[in-house]
Design a protein around this ligand. Structure first.
Ligand SMILES: [Zn+2]
Length: 191
């Protein structure tokens, strides 16, 4: 994405968690950082109007529209082959971490680690005692979010393939998302 461009992410079927990362185009070692994001926004959730920050405390993406007006998770790690091994799945079970690295490889990019992901549509309420729950998404089919790029960046998205827990809906059936790039905020154009 170039700075100023918008990405619209549609939760086509309503049930789908989408892991998101951004890498600075100028230096992919400057990654989206949920630590910095929580600190700058003074919030453990991500919501409309908030900005995803980089590991160098620079703005990367600002959420400018959210039709579902839900709170997106910033706390839990992306799923990985180690997690699916723990859950008793086959060794070749897809994971958001593998999706991230495979997506980078298509651009001849690589990182030797997996940054924390912004977990769009992921419904992880936090209780007063600090414990977290993992609930099906509170979104409905067709819900969209729009994010504006604040710098030139590489955007990586993974439709989470978790099919053991109900994090992608009680049917435990991961589904596609739809992604479109726009030069202006599509939510403003259509409203
Ligand atoms: Zn996942």
């Amino acid at each position: 994405m170039r700075a100023g461009q918008h990405v619209l992410i549609e939760n086509t079927y309503g049930n789908q968690v989408t892991d998101l990362w951004a890498l600075a185009a100028a230096d992919v070692f400057e990654t989206s950082s949920l630590d910095h994001t929580r600190s700058v926004n003074s919030n453990i959730f991500f919501a409309n109007g908030m900005t995803l920050m980089s590991s160098r405390r620079r703005p990367m993406l600002t959420m400018v529209a959210d039709s579902g007006a839900v709170r997106h998770d910033t706390l839990l790690c992306p799923c990985s082959r180690e997690l699916y091994r723990e859950l008793g799945c086959a060794e070749d079970h897809r994971s958001c971490s593998d999706n991230f690295h495979e997506a980078l490889s298509t651009l001849d990019l690589a990182l030797p680690f997996t940054p924390a992901s912004l977990n769009l549509f992921m419904n992880v309420p936090v209780a007063p005692d600090g414990s977290v729950d993992r609930l099906p998404p509170a979104t409905v089919a067709g819900d969209t979010v729009v994010l504006r790029a604040e710098m030139d960046l590489v955007l990586v998205l993974s439709a989470c393939p978790q099919d053991v827990t109900p994090i992608n809906g009680t049917a435990r059936t991961p589904r596609d998302i739809a992604v479109r790039l726009h030069d202006t905020n599509p939510a403003e154009v259509t409203s």
